[in-house]
Design a protein around this ligand. Structure first.
Ligand SMILES: C[S@@+](CC[C@H](N)C(=O)[O-])C[C@H]1O[C@@H](n2cnc3c(N)ncnc32)[C@H](O)[C@@H]1O
Length: 294
């Protein structure tokens, strides 16, 4: 049982609720244009490193004729995804030794996974399981815009907590997180280097601004609460990473402060006191076609 990612790096709530917004139907057209897949075909799609399943859920809505399989090596994510997203086959599996026969899928897709896996294995396995002329889609987060409202600014207690964490935190090196980062030029070049042709690139912009009047109230709440859940998951991860450095009371106090601040943010929203905090995510989409060896 592997629960490294969900325990130490990003919790299931963080990934699921932030990605549900990133892959909201409001942005479907942007993704569908760049994916450029035939909606009418019964495509066999494989998502690699699916985490708790939000992108797989979006693919199921956007391509109702497709058969979707999604793998991740973290068993807690697979359990969470199976409970939260229906109509998809979720299974544990490693991207470097995919548990599928050669020439099985029409499409492979991944979101914020390529930077964690050695590229020859990452692309090589996708080429192996893709049918001739199959499509590989790699989604990668790029620098966006983040504006935090003053009501969410860290208190002195929180600042001290995070300073102490940063002094001892070796999680990223220990688990090889982001060991293979690539630039916007490097990503398509890598896809080409590892045997894909007809490479195309594009960018999806997801603007999450709760105070924007065109955002329905339920979605504005989801935007604020997705950040809250991410903050709470980060605090819980600290306790998993370095239980000897913090007491249960430290962790409880951090959670209390976090909830108090996000409750204030919600109350300001309810009263119509606009903060104009925003989180603009930019996702690069790289699309290539598998060139089979002669
Ligand atoms: C940044 S998370 C992204 C998760 C998901 N794609 C999303 O956007 O919510 C990276 C994911 O890759 C998975 N992962 C990392 N290395 C992997 C490997 N070798 N095989 C399968 N999954 C892997 C992690 O378990 C984690 O779920």
């Amino acid at each position: 049982m592997n629960v490294i990612w969900s325990n130490y790096i990003q919790g299931a709530n963080t990934l699921y609720y932030s990605r549900r917004l990133r892959f909201d139907d409001m942005f479907a057209k942007q993704y569908q244009t760049l994916f450029d897949l035939d909606m009418d075909q019964p495509l066999k799609i494989l998502e690699i490193g699916c985490g708790p399943g939000a992108l797989a859920g979006a693919l199921h809505r956007w391509y109702p004729n497709a058969e979707i399989t999604a793998v991740d090596r973290d068993s807690a994510f697979i359990r969470f995804a199976t409970e939260h997203e229906k109509g998809i086959t979720f299974m544990e599996g490693d991207a470097t030794t995919l548990p599928f026969a050669d020439n099985t899928f029409d499409v492979t897709i991944s979101n914020t996974v390529s930077e964690h896996i050695e590229p020859s294995a990452f692309y090589g396995e996708q080429r192996r399981v893709l049918k001739p002329d199959g499509i590989c889609l790699v989604l990668s987060s790029r620098k966006g815009i983040q504006v935090t409202p003053s009501c969410l600014a860290p208190t002195a207690y929180e600042q001290q907590f995070w300073e102490k964490v940063s002094r001892y935190d070796d999680t990223l090196e220990k688990y090889a997180v982001c060991k293979y980062p690539m630039t916007e030029a490097g990503l398509p070049a890598a896809m080409e280097q590892y045997g894909f042709i007809d490479i195309q690139t594009g960018f999806v912009t997801v603007d999450l601004t709760p105070d924007n009047p065109k955002v329905p109230p339920a979605m504005a709440h989801d935007m604020i609460n997705a950040e809250r859940l991410g903050a709470l998951d980060s605090i819980a991860s600290v306790f998993c990473q370095m239980p000897e450095r913090f007491t249960a009371q430290d962790i409880e106090e951090m959670k209390r402060l976090t909830n108090e601040k996000y409750d204030t943010r919600i109350a300001l929203y309810e009263r119509g006191e606009k903060q104009w905090d925003t989180n603009v995510g930019v996702t690069m989409v790289v699309r290539g076609r598998s060139k089979k060896a002669e």
